[in-house]
Design a protein around this ligand. Sequence first.
Ligand code: HEC
Length: 110
Amino acid sequence: MAQNCLTLSLPMVALCLLATAGFCDTEGGKIDGKKEFDKHCAVCHPNGGNTINSQKTLSKKAMKANGITSSKDIIAIMRKPGPGMTVFDQKTIPDKEAKVIADYILKTFK
Ligand code: HEC
């Protein structure tokens, strides 16, 4: 019984690790922008603020002043951030998830 479980679950785990689309940590392909934001970004950007550089919050106004107006711009920052911010590569946050987080930021922080 226990052995059956093991032989069944090992390939599954391998599959999850190999999956680049991240379908194992998303339920039914639906990504929760708030949940992902809280997980990856909220440490430094609580409520869309910025605990490290108070000039660079995620409010629409602050971002616009820095030339960030679309989800594409936000994703570009995640891939190649300024000083003090963690780099989020394709493996940590796949494009699809990055887009959902970016859209969440744009519609949440005014
Ligand atoms: C370790 C802390 C930290 C984490 C985690 C972090 N950031 Fe940042 N973020 C910063 C800092 C510091 C800056 C300012 C960098 C600079 O000087 O250009 C910044 C800037 C930004 C900006 C530009 C804001 C502006 O007004 O110019 C965006 C957009 C952004 N972060 C998005 C994110 C997203 C999305 C996540 C999560 C996927 C995230 N950040 C996670 C620290 C962090």
